[in-house]
Ligand binder design. Structure first.
Ligand code: PEP
Ligand code: MN
Length: 443
């Protein structure tokens, strides 16, 4: 039985907002409980099987999207651009490494953020920190920073419209493999990686034409399976969207296919682990440099007591400088004890720093180096690197330095649009896909 919201709060959930009006919270939760599911339990099971395949090395997981979605940016153009860059990355990985790619967006629910500090100070003024559009406003005013439970309903409606568009794009023709050039339009002439992609597109076209000529035109050429994911941080929202599946009588979180526990909320005896233990979705748990091998094993035992393949993904985020020393003991212990997990690499969150002009950024080279370290560790241990999680966007932002365009710290002033963490832009995302495909081919 899934614990009640009251029981979870009694255990103590970290990183929750302090709402000024409990009656308003109760009303929002009651309303959320009446709203239809955003995803279906059967789709979650299907994803679990695909993650299981990735954990055996038979597929590769590509999870990507914004650090934090915002309500104003939940537009058709943004969603299409985000989807397009993920589809392009997936095609590169599939074609260059000859491996099926499991596509998961950090979208349609990624609206709540854990923060290192409860407050933010600017020019001597201290206000509550921005905790994502799910909680409060980004504007630096006392009114905007007050947590408002009505926002939970807006998260639901925004996620529903994003997911509706994603479903239309992925099954209604946009994701057809014959669109492989269209995804790249206006991009080809402006960058070498665009040109490289264009050449690959031509080869794919030839292969498709050949297949068609011999009478093979499977459904897979015309549509893709695409899944949604977010950090399930806010107890009110996640609990209200937990429903009993009529087929199995088991609880599923129906706000996203895949949900994960963040680095700051993975306490073994905390409310998040307690909640996650009960839902049947495929789930993730972040593991940073402070996690020990015993922590990892205890989490695996608690979150996946039946040792089901595909159920639990460990998303490691050590930082380029720490992964080669830090990761092996965790993988060794978990593997030696026979615990079934998929290992994926988040090369973003251990590599954030503040540029000299105050912008929060990451180096493209560090991001790549962490992925290389991740592959090296798994190759040395004979275990499987099952995927990557990136923070990226389909737009030409300037938030991460380095890469083929050689963005430097001064470029950050031009198009820095993220409200929380810096993202790979479109060119950097595609460059990364080629470099990771090469690592995959060699592993
Ligand atoms: C994130 O994925 O945006 C995030 C906050 O990561 P972590 O929990 O690993 O710090
Ligand atoms: Mn982030």
């Amino acid at each position: 039985m899934i614990p009640s919201l009251e029981e979870l709060h009694k255990i103590g959930a970290s990183q929750q907002p302090t709402y000024p009006d409990q009656a308003a919270v109760d009303a929002a939760v009651a309303r959320l409980r009446t709203l239809p599911p955003l995803v279906f339990a059967g789709e979650c099971d299907e994803l679990k099987d695909k993650i299981a395949a990735a954990s055996r090395g038979e597929a590769f997981i590509l999870q990507g999207g914004d650090c934090a979605e915002t309500f104003v940016d939940a537009t058709a153009d943004n969603t299409r651009n985000k989807l397009r860059v993920l589809l392009q990355m997936a095609v590169v990985l599939t074609y260059a490494a000859s491996v099926p790619v499991v596509k998961i967006g950090r979208l349609a629910g990624q609206y709540a953020k854990p923060r290192s500090s409860d407050t933010e100070t600017r020019d001597g003024v201290t206000l509550p920190a921005y905790r994502g559009d799910a909680v409060n406003g980004y504007d630096f005013t006392p009114e905007s920073r007050i947590p408002d439970p009505q926002r939970l309903l807006e998260v639901y409606h925004s996620s529903a419209s994003t997911l509706n568009l994603v479903r239309a794009f992925t099954t209604g023709g946009y994701a057809d493999l014959r669109q492989v050039h269209a995804w790249n339009s206006e991009f080809v002439r402006s960058s070498p990686v665009g040109a490289r992609y264009e050449a690959m597109g031509k080869e794919i076209d030839r292969a498709l034409t050949f297949m068609k000529a011999i009478g093979a035109d499977p459904d897979e050429f015309h549509r893709v399976d695409f899944y949604s994911s977010h950090e399930a941080l806010l107890m009110e929202y996640e609990h209200a969207l937990t429903r009993i599946d009529s087929r199995t009588d088991e609880p599923y979180n129906v706000s996203g296919h895949f949900v994960w526990i963040g680095e700051r909320t993975r306490q073994l005896d905390g409310a998040h682990v307690e909640y996650f233990r009960h839902i049947r979705n495929p789930i993730g748990c972040k593991l940073g440099p402070t996690a020990t091998a015993d922590d990892a094993l205890a989490l695996a035992r608690k979150l996946n007591p039946d040792n089901e393949a595909g159920r639990l993904t460990f998303i490691t985020r050590f930082g380029a400088g720490k992964i080669r020393d830090g990761l092996p003991s965790l993988v060794e212990k978990v593997t030696a004890e026979g615990a079934n997990v998929a290992w994926i690499c988040d090369p973003m969150h251990g590599n954030t720093f503040e540029a000299s002009n105050g912008y929060k950024t990451r180096r493209f080279e560090d991001v790549l180096d962490e992925v290389q370290g991740f592959f090296d560790v798994h190759r040395a241990l004979g275990t499987v690197p099952a995927g990557i999680l990136v923070e990226n966007t389909g737009d030409d932002v300037t938030e991460i330095i380095g890469g083929g365009e050689e963005l430097d710290e001064h470029s950050l002033v031009h198009r820095y649009e993220s409200v929380v963490d810096p993202r790979l832009n479109r060119v950097q995302s595609l460059e990364m896909a080629y470099l990771v495909a090469e690592m995959l081919r060699k592993s």
